[in-house]
Design a binder for this molecule. Structure first.
Ligand code: GAL
Length: 646
C-alpha cells in the first residue's frame, strides 16, 4: 500500500523542484506521476526536443527517493501539431471539428495522430525507458473524458467502413444482420455507410450498435500503439491508464488487456454533483460523497485490472469542474484513501501536489495551497502515510462471494434503445450495487467474459444480450443467479431473438416475455411479495411461464419467477423491494448479511473489517463487542472510518 501524487514540474520554477521532492518524501509519498500534458514543453517545435528540463525533473524526483509514473502526453497535442495537421481533430455529433484550446481534441481514428503518438511515445520511451527512477507508465489521460470517445470526423468514417467490412465480409451480410430493409436502409457497399449522426430521426440501431463497438475498439487500438512501444522500450515497468468515473463509452476491459493494472481518478464530490443523484442525496452527502460511488469504481476497476488497480488521482479538496464545488469534510480525504486501500488499491495518488494559480484548474485544490503551505488534504495524506506505516502489510482483499455483472456493451445497447428515457444500464447496476453494499456484502464487479467460479451469488441486473458460453459457465458455478428485466432481449446484432426474450436463457428458465412496457418516473405498478405490496418502477414485462412465482403483479400474474436457484425479474423494483429480494437471495446463497445504518458501508481485507460512515452524523461502528480496533473506534464520526480485527 503506497501513496503518491500528481506533479507538474513544468508549472513551477526549477528552484522549487528539489524542495517539492523532499517534502513529498517527508509526507510519506512513494510515487509521483509527471508528464502527461507536457508535450508543448517536451517538443516545442516539430522535431526539436527539449529534454533538459525533463531530465532534471526526473533526476531531482528520483534522487529524493521517489518512483515515477511517466505519463505519455497524447491527451494534449500541441498547437503547432494541430495547425500542421488539422485532420487530427475529432468532430462532434453536430459534424463540427472540435477546437484546440483545452485538451482531448484528437480523433482516435486519425492515422496522422496514430503516427504522431507513436513518434512522441517512442521518443519518451527511448529517453527514459530504462531510467531507474521510472517505475511505471501511464498512457494518455482519461480516455473518453469530456465526451471524446465518439468521433464523427472523416477519419472515423473511413475507419468505420473498414471495420464493418472486416466484421461482415459482404455488405449483404451486414444488411441482413441489421435488418437494413427497414425504411429502405439497405446499403449497396461498405463505402456507402455514413456515421449515425445528423439523421432526421434516430439512426438504425444495428448501425448505431456497430458504431459504438467500433468507437470502443478504436480506443483500445490507439492505446495499443503506445503499450507496444513502452513494452519494448521499458521492460519490467507496469503500464496503466487512468480511467475516469461513470464513463461507459468504451470497453475498459478491452483497453486493460494491454495494461498491467488499471487505475482510475476518484473525485467523489465532483461525481455526486455531476451525475443523476437526487437533490436530497446531493445535499445529504454534500461533503462526504455518495456512499457507493468510490467503492463502485474501486470494485469495477479492480475487476477491469484483473485484480490490480490504483487510484491515480484522488480528490484532495474542492474541485473546479462540477456545477458546485463544496469542500470535503475534515477527515474525508483520509477516509477516501482508506476506502480505496480497503478495496484493494495498491497505490492512492493525490491530484495534485500544489494548487495552480493559473489556467482552467486554478480553483482546484492540491495537497498544498498555491502559496506552498500544506493544505488540509496534504495533512490528511500524511496521516494516512503514518497509519500505513503503523499497521504494516495488510492481508489482501479476498475474492468476494457476490458477483455483480457489468457490461459496457449492455450499456450501449440500452442507451441506443432505452424504450423509457429513465432506464439506464449504469444506474440499474449502480442501484443493485448499493443494495448489496447496504447489506454489508463485499462485491466483485465482473464482465460476462470473466471467470465466475467461486461465487455464491451472481446478479446480472441488465444484460440485454446473453451468450450461451456465459450461461454455461454460470451454470457450472452452482451459484444462485438473478437476472433483471430485458435479459436476453436482443441478439448479437440488436434484433429481438426469434424465440423471444429472454432468448438463450430459456434453455434454463422456461419463460417467454410476451410484452414489455416502460414506466415514466412517478408511475408505479404493484408487485406482491409474500404479504407485502411493493412497487415496480421504470419497466414491466408480462411473463408467459408455468414456473413458480416468487412475486406477482396485482392481477396475480408472475412478476419474479425461479427455477432451481436461477430467477428472473420481469420488472425493475423500487429500492425497498430490491433490498428485500437481495436479502432473500443472499440468505439462500448462504451469505451472512449485516443490514447497515444509512450511510455506513463495510469492506473486508482478510481478518480486518473496515467501516466507513458517509452520513453527516456519527454512527456506531457495526463491530462485535470483542473487536480490537486498529483504526478509529466504536463511534464513526461523520465522514469517518474505523477498522478492526474480530
Ligand atoms: C481529472 C484529470 C486531471 C484533472 C482533474 C481535475 O479528470 O485527469 O488532469 O483535470 O480531473 O479534477
Amino acid at each position: 500500500m503506497k501513496l503518491g501524487v500528481c506533479y507538474y514540474p513544468e508549472h513551477w520554477p526549477r528552484e522549487m523542484w528539489a524542495d517539492d521532492a523532499r517534502r513529498m518524501v517527508e509526507l510519506g509519498l512513494s510515487w509521483v506521476r509527471i508528464g502527461e500534458f507536457a508535450w508543448s514543453r517536451i517538443e516545442p517545435e516539430p522535431g526539436r526536443f527539449d529534454w533538459a528540463w525533463l531530465d532534471e525533473a526526473v533526476e531531482t524526483l528520483g534522487a529524493a527517493g521517489l518512483k515515477l509514473v511517466m505519463g505519455t502526453p497524447t491527451a494534449t497535442p500541441p498547437k503547432w501539431l494541430i495547425d500542421a495537421h488539422p485532420d487530427i481533430l475529432a468532430w462532434d455529433v453536430e459534424g463540427r471539428p472540435r477546437r484546440f484550446g483545452s485538451r482531448r481534441h484528437y480523433s482516435f481514428s486519425s492515422e496522422t495522430y496514430g503516427r504522431q503518438s507513436a513518434r512522441i511515445v517512442e521518443a519518451l520511451a527511448a529517453r527514459y525507458g530504462d531510467h531507474p527512477a521510472i517505475g511505471a507508465w501511464q498512457t494518455d489521460n482519461e480516455y473518453g473524458c469530456h465526451d471524446t470517445t465518439l468521433d464523427y470526423s472523416p477519419n472515423a468514417q473511413t475507419a468505420f467502413r473498414r471495420w464493418l467490412a472486416a466484421r461482415y465480409g459482404t455488405v449483404e451480410a451486414m444488411n441482413a444482420a441489421w435488418g437494413a430493409v427497414f425504411w429502405s436502409q439497405d446499403y449497396p457497399s461498405f463505402e456507402a455507410v455514413d456515421l449515425p449522426n445528423l439523421t432526421v430521426t434516430e439512426p438504425h440501431p444495428g448501425l448505431h450498435l456497430d458504431f459504438r463497438r467500433f468507437a470502443s475498439d478504436e480506443v483500445a487500438r490507439f492505446n495499443r500503439i503506445q503499450t507496444d512501444i513502452l513494452r519494448a522500450r521499458s521492460p519490467g515497468r507496469d503500464i496503466t491508464h487512468n480511467f475516469m468515473g461513470f464513463t461507459t463509452s468504451f470497453d475498459h476491459g478491452e483497453v486493460a488487456k494491454d495494461l498491467d493494472l488499471s487505475s482510475w481518478d476518484s473525485y467523489p464530490l465532483g461525481f455526486l454533483e455531476s451525475f443523476w443523484f437526487s437533490e436530497a442525496e446531493k445535499r445529504r452527502y454534500l461533503r462526504q460523497g455518495h456512499p457507493d460511488v468510490a467503492a463502485f469504481h474501486h470494485d469495477l476497476y479492480r475487476g477491469v485490472g484483473r485484480g490490480r488497480f490504483w487510484v491515480m488521482e484522488q480528490q484532495p479538496g474542492p474541485v473546479n469542474w462540477a456545477h458546485y464545488n463544496p469542500a470535503p469534510l475534515p477527515g474525508m480525504v483520509r477516509t477516501w484513501s482508506w476506502e480505496a486501500l480497503a478495496h484493494g488499491a495498491e497505490t492512492v495518488s493525490y491530484f495534485r501536489w500544489r494548487q495552480a494559480p493559473f489556467a482552467q484548474e486554478q480553483m482546484h485544490a492540491g495537497l498544498n495551497r498555491p502559496d506552498n503551505i500544506l493544505d488540509r488534504g496534504g495533512e490528511e495524506a500524511a496521516e494516512v502515510a503514518r497509519e500505513i506505516a503503523r499497521l504494516g502489510p495488510l492481508p489482501s482483499a479476498a475474492k468476494a462471494k457476490v458477483a455483480l455483472v457489468f457490461s459496457y456493451e449492455a450499456d450501449w445497447r440500452i442507451a441506443i434503445q432505452p424504450h423509457g428515457a429513465a432506464f439506464r444500464h449504469l444506474e440499474i447496476v449502480f442501484e443493485t450495487y448499493g443494495a448489496l453494499r447496504r447489506l454489508g456484502l463485499d462485491v466483485d464487479m465482473v464482465s460476462p467474459a470473466d471467470d465466475l467460479a467461486g461465487y455464491a451469488l451472481v446478479v446480472a441486473p441488465c444484460l440485454p444480450y446473453l451468450e450461451t458460453p456465459f450461461l454455461i459457465r454460470l451454470a457450472a458455478t452452482g451459484a444462485r443467479v438473478l437476472f433483471g428485466p430485458r435479459a436476453g432481449s436482443r441478439d448479437v446484432s440488436g434484433k429481438i431473438p426469434a424465440e423471444l426474450p429472454p432468448g438463450p436463457l430459456q434453455a434454463r428458465l422456461k419463460l417467454k416475455v410476451a410484452r414489455v412496457e416502460s414506466l415514466r418516473p412517478g408511475v408505479e405498478t404493484a408487485v406482491r411479495l409474500g404479504e407485502t405490496t411493493f412497487q415496480a418502477r421504470l419497466w414491466r414485462e408480462d411473463l408467459e411461464t408455468r414456473l413458480p412465482a416468487r412475486a406477482t403483479y396485482a392481477n396475480g400474474e408472475p412478476a419474479w419467477v425461479e427455477d432451481e436457484g436461477w430467477s428472473y425479474l420481469g420488472f425493475w423494483p423500487e429500492a425497498d423491494l430490491l433490498d428485500r429480494i437481495l436479502t432473500d437471495l443472499a440468505r439462500e446463497a448462504g451469505l451472512e448479511t449485516t443490514p447497515l445504518a444509512e450511510g455506513v458501508r463495510l469492506r473486508r481485507r482478510g481478518d480486518l473489517t473496515f467501516a466507513f460512515n458517509f452520513a453527516p452524523e456519527p454512527r456506531a461502528a457495526p463491530a462485535p463487542a470483542q473487536a480490537t480496533f486498529v483504526l478509529g473506534d466504536a463511534v464513526l464520526p461523520p465522514g469517518g472510518l474505523a477498522a478492526w480485527r474480530a
